[in-house]
Each structure stands twice: as structure tokens, then as C-alpha cells.
Design a protein around this ligand. Structure first.
Ligand SMILES: Cc1cc2nc3c(=O)[nH]c(=O)nc-3n(C[C@H](O)[C@H](O)[C@H](O)COP(=O)(O)OP(=O)(O)OC[C@H]3O[C@@H](n4cnc5c(N)ncnc54)[C@H](O)[C@@H]3O)c2cc1C
Length: 378
């Protein structure tokens, strides 16, 4: 039995695994090869409750535990990491409204987002402020009952396809991180412009964009929480997001491991399966152990979140270990597949490319180590 899980959690995971295998996995290769936006899956994801899986029932969500959410994201990532990245970016936006907003704002944006009829994006990173988002320069200047928003955000997942973006901006530059506020910005607001998708190594169906705000007038009712609370909201959202990145990592690595188990038995060299080589058996053993360790760390972080205990350090550990594990395991899986692993007929090279970003976004491995070290020294 998987630790930290209930019967309900496992039933949800089984349902999502079946759904993802039947409805999402068959399209993963084409989405990647054609760089097709994975949003084409939104109606199917909504049909099984995935678009609101991070939200409580009161706001139209599935109301499941954070452990079930982890297992669902893991199952989806095993089928298509681009689709998972599109969905988890949507979760970042809706989590920000849930955490930072009031009931009127939750009621205004969350039920439609949970139903998958409106897509969200989370706009924190800037061209010169990634690892340290407190260094941002986007400004929101109060103008009566509105704010004038000006600045540029970079690498924003979903942006061109999104209906709304949660945007972080300085309302009090002198106060630095404590002067950052969060706003929900309708994508159709005059002055919002989005670049063409930026070509990326992996997650090719999870489009990223540069977004410019040129003197956009944002009603003050779209500010989430008091002025200056935006950075705190962003950090809480990223705690959740890091467990979802860990789930994406274990999902991709799980798919790579499963493919490898099969390949070891069917690929023959000198008339016998390559599974007979002890060197490859040991590689398989290390891969399985690495994956299991990452899943346990991740499940523990999700369990703490379900219990509403502090889990920032555990989320950072899970994200750090699982994303680095996915790099090792997908690389070893490709190696065991030989030339067939490098060719695009099999998904191994896609797994390697898709896993690579997990060590960079939502706080790079170096930033996770900083978070863990700070907690250890506190
Ligand atoms: C595909 C993709 C999707 C993304 N989606 C989103 C999104 O939806 N929303 C969003 O807001 N952002 C998004 N991002 C941005 C992502 O979160 C940033 O790229 C990431 O935080 C790193 O920032 P940076 O690229 O500016 O790197 P930099 O901050 O320039 O870092 C460069 C290097 O320096 C290291 N470094 C930096 N600071 C430290 C330090 N203090 N100690 C040790 N090492 C350090 C980093 O680890 C890295 O190795 C996305 C990025 C990509 C590529």
C-alpha cells in the first residue's frame, strides 16, 4: 500500500491513470512534435474534474486531499507532461486567488476556472527577475478606484491562451518584497500584449510567452488581499506548486521506468534479452530506488499539506530530489534503450527533454537548496 494515502486517494489515482492512458497519452507524441498547445485537452480534463482538482467544492473544485492531487498530477504526467504543465500553471493562478483573494473574488473567478471554461496564468517572473522575483520592476500605481499597471513578465505559461492572469507588481517599490501586490488581470484588458510562444527544449505543448502591460487600467477590486501581501501569496502558491512539480517528475520517471522494464525483457542481443546483463539490472534497481525515494518525499509533503501543517521545507526537498531524480532516471532509461531511446519513435528522448525544466522552474535546484538550508539553520 502506498504510504500517506487513503482508499479515496487511491481510487482517484486509479481513475485518473485510466483516463490519462486512454484519452491523453495517445496524443502526447503529436502535441510534442507539432508544438500544439495542450489546452485542446481542457474539456476532457474538466470532464473528470482535473481542472478544479486543487480547489475546494465550495468554489466548484473537486475538494480532494493534497495527496490525491499529487497522485492525479503524477498519473497525468506519465501520459503527457505538456498537458500537466499547462494544467499546473492553471492551478498556480487559481491557488493564488484562493489563497490571496476574498470570497467575492473567489466566486467571480474560481467556479469557471474549476469547470475548465476559463484558463488561468501565473505571471511572476520578469526578464531580469527569475530566481529572485522580489527584484521585479513591474509597477501598479493607484489611480482612483483603479491601478495603472506597467511592465513585462517573461516565460509565462499559458499566457496567450489564458482568460485571466494573476500578475505580481510593485505598489510600493521602496518596501521591496513587502511592496508587491497581486492582481487578477483579464487577458482582454486594453494594453495587455503577448508575444508568440517562445520555442523551448521540452514541454513543447505547454507554451510560454512574454507578456507586456502598457499602462493597463486594472480595477482595485481585482487586487488580491491588502497592498503588499502579494509576495507572501506567491510564496504560498509556490509551496503547493513545488509538490505538483515533484508529481510531474515522478510521473515522467515512472513512465520511463515502466518502458525500461519492458525493453529489458524484449530487446535481444546475441539472441537473449538484455535483462540478463547485471550492469543493466543494477541500473534498473537504482532507477526504481531513486523513484521510490522521490515518491515518498513527495507524498510526505502532500500529506503535511493535507493536514494543513507547515510544509515549505518538505515541498522544497520533494521538488529538489524528485526533479533531479527525473533527470537521472530518464537519462538511464534512454541509455538502456540504446539508439532506439535517442530516436523519436519512442518517447524516451521526450521524457529527457520534458524532465529537464523541472530543475529550473518554480525555483531552480539551487533555490530549493537555499530554502532547505535556511530552514535547517533557523
Ligand atoms: C517552460 C517554462 C515555464 C515557465 N512558467 C512560468 C510561469 O508560468 N510563471 C512564471 O512566473 N514563471 C515561469 N517560468 C520562469 C521560471 O520560474 C524561471 O525561469 C526560474 O525561476 C529561473 O529564473 P531565471 O530563468 O531568471 O534564472 P536566473 O534567476 O537568471 O538563474 C540563473 C542561474 O543562477 C542560479 N541562481 C540564481 N540565484 C541564485 C542563488 N541565490 N543561489 C544560487 N544560485 C542561484 C539559478 O539556479 C540558475 O542556475 C517558466 C520558465 C520556463 C522555462
Amino acid at each position: 500500500m502506498t504510504p500517506f494515502t487513503t482508499d479515496d486517494d487511491r481510487a482517484i489515482a486509479d481513475a485518473i491513470t485510466r483516463f490519462a492512458g486512454e484519452q491523453i497519452a495517445p496524443h502526447a507524441r503529436a502535441i510534442d512534435a507539432e508544438r500544439r498547445f495542450a489546452g485542446e485537452h481542457l474539456p476532457a480534463l474538466a470532464g473528470i474534474g482535473l481542472t478544479g482538482m486543487n480547489l475546494p467544492e465550495a468554489w466548484g473544485g473537486a475538494g480532494v486531499s493534497a495527496v490525491a492531487l499529487y497522485l492525479a498530477v503524477e498519473a497525468l504526467a506519465g501520459a503527457c507532461a505538456s498537458t500537466t504543465s499547462m494544467l499546473t500553471a492553471h492551478f498556480l493562478a487559481t491557488d493564488a486567488i484562493l489563497i490571496g483573494g476574498d470570497d467575492a473574488q473567489r466566486g467571480r473567478w474560481l467556479p469557471e476556472a474549476a469547470a475548465g471554461s476559463r484558463l488561468g496564468a501565473f505571471a511572476l517572473t520578469e526578464p531580469r527577475a527569475g530566481s529572485n522575483p522580489a527584484d521585479m520592476s513591474t509597477r501598479a500605481v493607484r489611480a482612483g478606484e483603479a491601478y495603472r499597471l506597467t511592465g513585462t513578465k517573461h516565460f509565462i505559461s499559458n499566457a496567450a491562451h489564458a482568460d485571466f492572469l494573476v500578475v505580481f507588481a510593485l505598489t510600493d517599490p521602496a518596501a521591496k518584497a513587502r511592496g508587491i501586490s497581486a492582481f487578477v488581470v483579464e487577458r482582454a484588458t486594453p494594453g495587455v500584449s503577448v508575444s508568440a510562444p517562445e520555442p523551448t527544449m521540452g514541454l513543447r505543448g505547454g507554451h510560454v510567452f512574454e507578456v507586456r502591460f502598457d499602462d493597463c487600467l486594472i480595477p482595485a477590486t481585482c487586487r488580491l488581499g491588502p497592498e503588499g501581501s502579494g509576495f507572501r501569496t506567491a510564496m504560498k502558491v509556490l509551496d503547493n506548486g513545488r509538490v505538483e512539480v515533484a508529481a510531474t517528475a515522478t510521473g515522467i520517471a515512472g513512465a520511463a521506468l515502466e518502458a525500461t522494464r519492458g525493453w529489458l525483457k524484449v530487446r535481444q542481443v546475441e539472441g537473449e534479452p538484455i535483462a540478463r546483463f547485471q550492469g543493466l539490472q543494477w541500473m534498473l534497481a537504482d532507477m526504481a530506488t531513486d523513484l521510490e525515494a522521490a515518491r515518498l518525499l513527495s507524498l510526505r509533503a502532500a500529506h503535511l499539506r493535507t493536514r494543513q501543517e507547515r510544509f515549505s521545507q518538505q515541498a522544497a526537498m520533494a521538488k529538489l530530489f524528485a526533479s533531479e531524480m527525473a533527470g537521472r532516471v530518464t537519462d538511464q532509461a534512454l541509455q538502456i534503450h540504446g539508439g532506439y531511446g535517442y530516436a523519436q519513435d519512442l518517447p524516451l528522448e521526450r521524457y529527457v527533454r520534458d524532465a529537464r525544466i523541472l530543475r529550473i522552474y518554480e525555483g531552480s535546484s539551487e533555490i530549493q537548496r537555499n530554502i532547505i538550508a535556511r530552514a535547517q539553520l533557523a
